[in-house]
Design a protein around this ligand. Structure first.
Ligand code: PLP
Length: 480
C-alpha cells in the first residue's frame, strides 16, 4: 500500500478494465472453455518470489478472460443480470481502498451510520412504510445475497416462534410456505436454520394465474398443517420470480399471514429495483403487511456485486437471534445501546463497507437516471416481446412482467416442444453472439430473455432477435 506504487499499479488495472470494456463485444458471451482448462495453463504451486503486475495482467488476459462468461456484455440476456456501473465500481473501490471491518459501531462509526442512512434512502425511494425505516420504527441492513438475508430472517422468525412454544424440540413442528416458483435459496435457508425439509411447503402454481401463488391455496395448506399439529412459521412471497417474473399477490397473502400469525417475507431480489418508478410501485402494495422485505441492488440497480438490502419491522428479533457478546468486542458505545452493531444483523462477524457503494450509486445517478435505466430496459423488453408475438413460429409462454420475456418456438407436437427449444437455446449460446437461459414452467421449456445489462442498447436486442430467427429457421428446416 505504498502510495506511489498503489497509484501507478491501480491505474494500470483501471486501464486494463477499461480496455476490456472497449472490446467486450468481441468475446463469445458464454465461455467456451472445457472443465479443468485453467490448471493446464497455470503453475501447480504458488510463487516464492513476487511477480510483476504486468506478468499477472498478461495471465489475466490469456488465461482468465477466456474462462469468463461476460456478464457485462451487452449481449448477455441470461439469468437475471448483475448490472454494474462506473458509480458502483467507484463505490466498490472506495470500500476496498479503506478496507475497514465495521462489525460494530466503534469499529468504524461511518460504516454503520452510512449503512443506516442509505437503507432509509433506499426504503424511501421504494416508498416503504416508515415501519421499515430507522426514521420510523424498523430498520435495514446490507447483506451480500438474498440467501444470507433469508437465513437471518428465518432464524429470527424461528426463535420468535420457539420462544412462544417453550422449547427447541418444537422446531420439527415449524412449517415454511412458498410457491413452486420461489427461489430455491429459501429452501436452502430453511434447511440451514433447522426446519425439516419435509416441512417446506411448495404451493403449486399454474399458467391460469400467471404462475403466482394462490392465497386460498396457502390458507388451505396452513389449515391442514394446523390440523396435523404443525405450527405455521414463515410465508415468502415474490415480486418478480426467477423463472418468469411472476408477482405474488402481496396484499392477499399478507392477510393470510396476519390471520395465522406467520412471519411474512417479501423477496423482491430482482424486481424490487423497478418499484422506484411510480407506475411500478403498485407491485409493492400490501408491503405494509410484511415483517421483512429484501431486494438486490446488484441485480437491477446499477450496483456492482454484491449488495442485498434487507428491511425488517422489528429488528429486535434479528438481534435476539444473531447477537453475540464476546469480551474482546465490549465497548461503551455498544453497552449504551445507543448504536447499531451490524454484526448482530447478519451471520458473519466481519463485514464490508458496502454502503459506500450504494450511496455513490444513488448520488451519482439520482432517482431520475435510475428510473430512466429501469424504464429503458422495460421498453426494450416490450419491443422484443412484440417481435416474438408478431412471428407466428413463436409464442410468448407467460405474459411479460418487468424486463423478462419468456418465449419459445411453438411446437407442432407438444411432445417435441421442449427438445426443440432446448436445441434453439443451445444454438444461440454456442454461437457466442448472445447468451440466454431457460426455465421449465408447467412442464414447458421456456427461453428466458432477461434484458437489463447496463451496456445493452436497442441494437443489441434487435440483433438478438435476428439471431433467434436465423437459428430457429435452420432448426425448423432440419425437421422438414
Ligand atoms: N430471489 C430471486 C427472485 C432471485 O431471482 C434470486 C437470484 O436470481 C435470488 C432470490 C437469490 O439471490 P442471491 O443470489 O442474492 O442469494
Amino acid at each position: 500500500l505504498e502510495p506511489m506504487s498503489f497509484k501507478n499499479e491501480s491505474k494500470e488495472v483501471i486501464d486494463f478494465i477499461s480496455d476490456y470494456y472497449q472490446k467486450i463485444e468481441e468475446f463469445p458471451v458464454q465461455s467456451r472453455v472445457e472443465p479443468g482448462y485453467l490448471s493446464a495453463k497455470l503453475p501447480d504451486s504458488a510463487p516464492y518470489c513476487p511477480e510483476s503486475l504486468q506478468d499477472i495482467l498478461k495471465d489475466v488476459n490469456d488465461c482468465i478472460l477466456p474462462g469468463l462468461t461476460h456478464w457485462q456484455s451487452p449481449n448477455f440476456f441470461g439469468y437475471f443480470q448483475a448490472n454494474a456501473s462506473t458509480a458502483g465500481f467507484l463505490g466498490e473501490m472506495l470500500c476496498s481502498g479503506f478496507n475497514v471491518v465495521g462489525f460494530n459501531w466503534i469499529s468504524s462509526p461511518a460504516a454503520t451510520e452510512l449503512e443506516s442512512i442509505v437503507l432509509d434512502w433506499m426504503g424511501k425511494l421504494l416508498k416503504l412504510p416508515s415501519s421499515f425505516l430507522f426514521s420510523g420504527t424498523g430498520g435495514g441492513v446490507l447483506h451480500g445475497s438474498t440467501c444470507e438475508a433469508a437465513v437471518c430472517t428465518l432464524a429470527a422468525a424461528r426463535d420468535k416462534a420457539l420462544k412462544k412454544l417453550n422449547g427447541w424440540e418444537n422446531i420439527t413442528k415449524l412449517v415454511v410456505y412458498a410457491s413452486d416458483q420461489t427461489h430455491f435459496t429459501f429452501q436452502k435457508a430453511a434447511k440451514l436454520v433447522g426446519i425439516p425439509p419435509s416441512n417446506f411447503r411448495l404451493i403449486e402454481t399454474n399458467s391460469s394465474t400467471g404462475f403466482s401463488m394462490s392465497p386460498q391455496q396457502v390458507a388451505l395448506t396452513i389449515e391442514n398443517d394446523i390440523k396435523s399439529g404443525l405450527v405455521p412459521l414463515f410465508l415468502v412471497a415474490t415480486i418478480g420470480t426467477t423463472p418468469t417474473g411472476a408477482v405474488d399477490p402481496i396484499g392477499e397473502l399478507g392477510k393470510v399471514a396476519k390471520k395465522y400469525d406467520i412471519w411474512f417475507h417479501i423477496d423482491a431480489a430482482y424486481a424490487g429495483s423497478a418499484c422506484i418508478c411510480p407506475e411500478l410501485r403498485p407491485y409493492l402494495d400490501g408491503v405494509e403487511l410484511a415483517n421483512s422485505i429484501s431486494m438486490n441492488p446488484h441485480k437491477w440497480f446499477l450496483t456492482n456485486m454484491d449488495c442485498c438490502c434487507l428491511w425488517i419491522k422489528e429488528p429486535k428479533f434479528l438481534v435476539e437471534s444473531l447477537s453475540s457478546d464476546p469480551e474482546i468486542l465490549r465497548n461503551n458505545a455498544s453497552e449504551s445501546k445507543s448504536v447499531i452493531d451490524y454484526k448482530d444483523w447478519q451471520i458473519a462477524l466481519s463485514r464490508r463497507f458496502r454502503a459506500l457503494k450504494l450511496w455513490v450509486v444513488i448520488r451519482r445517478h439520482g432517482l431520475a437516471n435510475l428510473m430512466y435505466h429501469i424504464r429503458s430496459d422495460i421498453s426494450m423488453a416490450k419491443r422484443f416481446e412484440e417481435f416474438v408475438a408478431k412471428d407466428e413460429r413463436f409464442e410468448i409462454v407467460v405474459p411479460r412482467n418487468f424486463a423478462l420475456v419468456c418465449f419459445r418456438i411453438k411446437p407442432k407436437e407438444e411432445i417435441e416442444g421442449n427438445e426443440l427449444n432446448r436445441k434453439l437455446l443451445e444454438a444461440i449460446n454456442s454461437s457466442g453472439k448472445a447468451f440466454m437461459t431457460h426455465a421449465i414452467v408447467g412442464g414447458i421449456y421456456v427461453i428466458r430473455c432477461a434484458i437489463g445489462t447496463t451496456l445493452t442498447e436497442q441494437r443489441h436486442v434487435d440483433d438478438l432477435w435476428k439471431l433467434i430467427q436465423e437459428k430457429a429457421q435452420s432448426l425448423l428446416m432440419e425437421k422438414i
